[in-house]
Design a protein around this ligand. Structure first.
Ligand code: BG6
Length: 471
């Protein structure tokens, strides 16, 4: 079976500045740099972000390898902590400007479209300590200043911009479930942070519309969408899934695309006494500055059931999961290494949801992928990782994505996480996701079987599936 994709489809991969560059020559520490300094034992094998995949030093060789695996677009992010010297004034760091100019030009030299994101969890730690990070609207304005500098410097060559990657992860990780520094547990603060990041994104979009130099320039946001499915057909499980969708997906999707927050969610947060502080002026700004394009990171679905305690019973602290419980569905397919369910059909559900409920906005899969630990298990005699499981994983997701496209969803691309195995937050180098492997001791990079396979798909713009391919 051959499946052809739309013309000019983005065949690419995504990484981020903090996960690939290494800390070399960086003026400021971000929250993760700092966290590693004070609590290295929180990171897998105590490996921190100091070297990452050495992209700061080896970007020319790395981009040449990305070309070899057929990528026509690559996302990375500009680090606030590298580009800006004085965070209050927004003054530029000369080496930071030189570096990002060189990187962008190198991508263009190979005819790879650089897709640039502005925040991939990497808040400068000084702003966390001085102002409470995203809890502060002053930090929102400093972010907009940084964003403006990026548009002024690079929008002559960069067409596709994104304000944030997975802002929901900042809310969950840093303010609810303690997997990001500063590991606060505070539902009310979490809700304010979600609002403030929505505001920061809208303000950055407004700045883009004033400073962008490129007639084809577009701006968007990258959201991790995890469709929530109820455990059973019961009313209670249905209500749990409904709230989980409003909270995990709608909190950023609605303001980003529709310019307002879902009324039902607002009234629940209000009733629970945790609603954000907002002004009329800010809400108008959010309304007027919606995105042009959406990036969707999809890894796994979310199965939910009714909460074990009644949402109306008194709890000391507000937590969103008072409205739902996670449900381990028997018989689900798992990526056992990462502990995530594999459910490619969800990509079709996402495509249809965007088509029907979000104005069929142009969107792309900005991350999808399979993290596998101890991948050297799959090395063959020629030193190549035989990652057939990754080829299968990508094929199944592309299959369901194409069904969504055939049904009218406006999807224009697919990016794997990630081009070259990179460092990842708390998990460091535990889970490998790339088309290209990286020996973290020698920084020798080698194309995996999936990299050569993907090149073929990208060149033909066609996915070829075996006759016995199981949906
Ligand atoms: C995505 C993030 O959610 O997951 C990436 O955007 C991250 O930054 C990726 O690296 C994989 O995470 P992990 O922890 O499995 O390596």
């Amino acid at each position: 079976m051959k499946i052809e994709f739309p013309k000019n489809f983005w065949w690419g991969a995504a990484t981020s500045g903090p996960q690939s560059e290494g800390r070399f020559n960086k003026q400021h520490a971000n929250v993760f740099d700092y966290w590693y300094e004070i609590e290295p034992e929180d990171f897998y094998n105590q490996v921190g972000p100091d070297v990452a995949s050495n992209f700061y030093n080896s970007f020319r060789e790395d981009i040449a390898l990305m070309k070899e695996v057929g990528l026509n677009t690559v996302r990375t992010s500009i680090q606030w902590t590298r580009l800006i010297d004085d965070l209050e004034m927004g003054t530029l760091n000369e080496d930071g400007v030189r570096f990002y100019n060189d990187v962008i030009n190198e991508f263009l030299k190979y005819d790879i479209k650089p897709v640039i994101n502005l925040c991939h969890f990497d808040l400068p730690v000084e702003l966390q300590h001085k102002y409470g990070g995203w809890e502060s609207k002053h930090v929102v304005n400093l972010f907009v200043k940084f964003a403006e500098r990026c548009f002024q410097l690079f929008s002559d060559r960069v067409e596709d911009w994104f304000t944030f990657n997975e802002p929901m992860v900042i809310v969950d990780g840093a303010y609810l479930y303690q997997f990001h520094y500063p590991k606060i547990v505070d539902g009310k603060k979490a809700v304010q942070v979600a609002y403030n990041i929505n505001l920061a994104s809208a303000k950055a979009i407004a700045a883009f519309r004033k400073t962008n130099k490129n007639p084809d320039g577009r701006i968007g946001i990258i959201l991790n969408l995890t469709p929530s499915y109820p455990a059973t057909n019961s009313k209670e499980d249905g209500a749990a899934a409904h709230f989980a969708n409003l909270w995990s997906n709608g909190l950023f999707l609605n303001p980003s695309i529709k310019g307002n927050f879902d009324e039902e969610l607002v009234s629940i947060l209000d009733k629970d006494g945790v609603l954000w502080q907002a002004t009329e002026e800010e809400l108008l700004l959010i309304q007027e500055n919606t995105i042009d394009v959406l990036g969707v990171n999809f890894y796994h679905p979310h199965r939910v059931k009714q909460p074990s305690i009644s949402p109306n019973s008194l709890t000391v602290d507000w937590m969103p999961n008072k409205y739902y419980n996670h449900y381990d569905m028997p018989g689900r397919r798992m990526n056992v290494d990462k502990g995530w369910e594999i459910y490619p059909q969800a990509l079709y559900d996402i495509a249809i949801n965007i088509r029907d409920n979000y104005g069929n906005i142009p969107w792309f899969v900005s991350e999808n992928g399979m993290g596998v630990s101890r991948e050297e298990r799959y090395l063959d005699d020629e030193n190549m990782i035989q990652d057939d499981y990754r080829i299968q994983f990508i094929s199944e997701h592309l299959f369901w994505l194409k069904k969504g496209i055939d049904n009218g969803s406006n999807c224009f691309g697919y990016h794997l996480w990630t081009p070259i195995d990179c460092w990842s937050w708390k998990n460091a180098y535990r889970n490998r996701y790339g088309f290209i492997s990286n020996d973290i001791h020698t920084q020798v990079k080698t194309i995996k079987k999936s990299g050569y396979w993907f090149k073929g798909v990208a060149e033909k713009n066609t996915l070829e599936l075996a006759d016995n391919f199981a949906e």
